[in-house]
Structures are given as C-alpha cells and as structure tokens.
Design a protein around this ligand. Sequence first.
Ligand SMILES: CC(=O)N[C@H]1[C@@H](OP(=O)(O)O)O[C@H](CO)[C@@H](O)[C@@H]1O
Ligand SMILES: [Mg+2]
Length: 547
Amino acid sequence: MAPNHDDKILAASKRHPIVPLEKGQFYKYGTAGFRMRASLLEGITFRVGLLAALRSRKLNSQAIGVMVTASHNPAADNGVKIVDPMGEMLEQDWEKYATGLVNCQSDEELVKQYNELAHQLKIDLKAPAKVIYGRDTRPSGHKLVSALADALEATDTEYVDHKLLTTPQLHYLVRATNTEGTPLSYGKVSEAGYYEKLAHAFVRAMKNKKIDGTLTVDCANGIGGPKLSEFLKYIPKGKVNLDVKVVNDDVLRPEVLNLDCGADFVKTKQRAPPIPKPQPGARCCSLDGDADRLMYYWIDPERGFFMLDGDRISSLAASFIGDLVESAGLKHDIRIGVVQTAYANGASTNYITQHLKLPVICTPTGVKHLHHVAQSFDIGVYFEANGHGTVLFSPDALTAFKEKQPQSPAQKDALETLAALGDLINQTVGDAISDMLMVEVILAHKAWSLRDWAMTYSDLPNRLVRVEVGNKDLFHTTDAERRLSHPEGAQQEIDDAVKKYKDARSFARASGTENACRVYAEAATRSEANELAERVARIIERYGSGQ
Ligand SMILES: CC(=O)N[C@H]1[C@@H](OP(=O)(O)O)O[C@H](CO)[C@@H](O)[C@@H]1O
Ligand SMILES: [Mg+2]
C-alpha cells in the first residue's frame, strides 16, 4: 500500500500557516528562491520542504539541498531555495511547482496539489527521500528550519541539518553527499571536508609563489566571517604565506548584517565600507551575507577608491587559465568561453574578445542562466558584474589535466596548476571564499598588485538606475535582455537616445527580485553615461505608467 502522508502533512501544515497576500498577489519562486520578510516565510519553508522531498523521490532518492538565507538583504529578511543533486540551482521547470505549492489557499488544497504533483510527475511516494539543509546567521533561520524539518518528518524523508553554513558550502555538501564513494567523489561529506579540499588545492595551486602583503576581508557581518576564520586554520603553516585580516565578522548582533558593509554595499555604493576605517593602499575584498559574492578594491593614495568587480575577476581568471591551457599544450583540445550578462561593462567584453581572443556569450540575468551556458564549454568562466560567479571545468578537461603526458617541465607545471584550480574553484556555484583564493593564486603567479590588475583595461563609465513604475510586468525583453519587445515603441525611443552619445549602450528590464525596472547605460564619459541613463529612465517611467 502506498504510504499516506496526507494526514501527517495536513496536521503539520496547520502548525506552519501561509500568510495570505492581498487579492491578485502571489508568492513566486524567483531568481533566488523565495525571499522576503522573514515573518512571511515559515509556511513557505514548510511547503518548500514538501517539494524538496518530492524532488528527491523523483531523482532516485538522491539528496536535495535546501538553503535558508537572504544573502545581502537586510537582517529582517530571509529566504529559502532548493539545490539540485550536483549542487546546482533547482531545475527551472520545477520552479513553477514550488510556486504552485506555496500559493495553495488551504492545507487541504496543499495536500491535494502535493498528491497531484506526485501523480503527474510519476513519483513513487514509497521511495526513500533525502534532504540536507543549512542556514545563514539570521536569527529567523531557526524557526524556518524547524518548519522545514516538520515537512520532512511528515513525508518520511531522511534529513541532515548541517546548521550554519555559507550558501556555497551547502552546495558543496549536496554534491559531496551524492557522489560519496563513487569515482566522481566531490570531497568528504562534512564542513571540514570542504576546508581540507580548498586548503590542499590552494597550496598546490600556489606552488611556492609569494603573496604580497595583507588581504583585509570584509565579511558583511555574516556567515562568511566565522567560516573564513575556520578555513584559515586548515592552511598548513609555512607552506603558503596567506595573510588574511578578517573584519566585519560580528555575527552576534544580527542588526549589523550587511549594514554599510559587504560586497553589495561596495558594488552599489562604489566605495569601501566605512568600518574599519579604509587604509590607503590596503588590499581589500568584501563578501556578501552568505559568502557567494566577492568584490576586490583598494583606495589609491592618488586616485581614490578603485573596485575590481565580477567582470574584472572573470577577465583575470579567463586570462590566467587561457595562458595555462596554452602552456600545457592543450590549446587545440580545450574550448574556453566566458559568460556574462548585459550588465557586464563593455570594456571587459572587448578585452576578453579582442585581447584574450575568447568567445563571450551573453545570457539573461541570474546565475542559473550563466551556469547553464558555461557548462557548454570545456572551461566556462562566468561572473555577474556584482561578483557572483565561478569557473566550470568539464570532466574531459579535468581528465586531460591529470592524464596528459607533459613534454617539458613548463607543461608539467601548467598541468599541475590547472588540476589544482579544478579542485580549488567551487564547481557547483559561485563561492566567495573559493573565488578569493583563486584571485590570490593568480595575483601571486603574475606577481601583480591590485593596481596592476586594474591596468589591464579601463572600464567605460556606466550608471545603473532603479526606476519605480506602475506596472513592471509591461516590460518584456528579447536578445538576452538587451532589447525590449514590449511595450511597443519603447525600444525605438531607447535606440534614438543611445544614438546621441559616443560609444554608448543602454538597456532596460524589469527586475526579477524587486518591484522595479532597472536601466543600465554606459558611454564614453561619465556625464554622458549619467545623462543617457536619466533619459532612458524617463522613457521607462512614461511607458511603465501606461501613458
Ligand atoms: C543588476 C543586478 O545586479 N541584478 C541582480 C539582481 O537581479 P534583478 O533581476 O536585476 O533584480 O539580483 C539577482 C539575485 O541575487 C542577481 O543575480 C542579479 O545580478
Ligand atoms: Mg549572496
């Protein structure tokens, strides 16, 4: 007889009610799962647990991950998202099922829809299921994970609570769990296993190169602080000279999470966090609240603040890895590509295509889109301008690094470094700690300061504007979000505006995470970029109000 979870789900669901929204509004599994004020999330997290259990049963009982975090949002928010078996984001086709379950009006309707989904997707509810989960430092996380556990109990799902984790650590653990004991083993299934893997790969990739000076790491007062401090204990003394100063790592006062610090602050405000007082010349980087975004910067004694964002990290990685592939004698066997979104600075795209001679593909916003396209290369480098990204190596590429017989000491060296990078760089998702170690390795190999890195090309002046509109759903895009297909006439007006400026580019789209549109503009000078952005913002305002 099929196990009947219905009564258990019904009873448990009553303990975790959904907060009804105003008529006509509904909850949506967005770019980063469900993310909103934490007070609205208990019932949602319970229902996400139901879906995670179904997903595990659908995928031969592989472990599914659930991460409770609201990343760089204020402390009062929280969020919940599902991680697929290889550590990737939930398959897009399933987002609508999450949205469906969460928007059921009653507990009875929820149970009905749960069973209908199982039937429609041919899921055997008798099969074993496994879910593993973690959370960031937000106090609301406790209540949310207990709602999640209730859903897993009600559906007879095995679960492991990994407690406090960075988002990328949870992604690592999901993949490690599902590959344990196989030739594709991703590492030990523990937080310590994650640190050991990274520390070991870091030492191998450094190859006795020297890192110049101290790196100050702003951890946004989030989970990255304690986790980075823990990681540092795993670096063998005397083998590498990584000198890290961890700052903004206060996780005991939730109100300071992401407050005037962190990668999102640095990127959007284009300045260093005020605390600790910025030191001219100091090499700095910032993580975000769940440690999956990374920004580098320094205050130049002469020219002031200078930021090295996701585009810079992407071009740095592509250039270094491209050179290594050539030195390893694999240039004709391995296809390297770079994936960006329309927000990437045009100068970075030019540098990658014209100087590095690598192909660049533009995808819609959201790392799941970039990740997917990056998988089509042997080595796919992807970063959003906001500092979220990674480098993916195909199984063929990893095999080539390990098995190719080197013809010279230089080839051997390049192959070893590539193999070490394959272990150092998180293959499941963008990971600020892993990306930071990658940047440190590259700067040490090139013997570059942040200023040397910044000299590779000059960014085009640009401006990003948030525009409140009556109805953002009126805006539809095409060509990887670079053009508007609706409302009719809007794109023509943007084109006409762009033509008035030199080296200019501008586009507008509805945000996937906020109730607003975003306008991006770049041009040859700062004043022109500002003027163009304002002009396009006015166009969007006008069309967004339906006039
Ligand atoms: C311009 C911008 O930075 N957009 C961000 C933002 O998406 P929007 O759809 O633009 O709101 O949040 C996403 C999730 O964190 C992130 O992937 C993306 O890069
Ligand atoms: Mg984040």
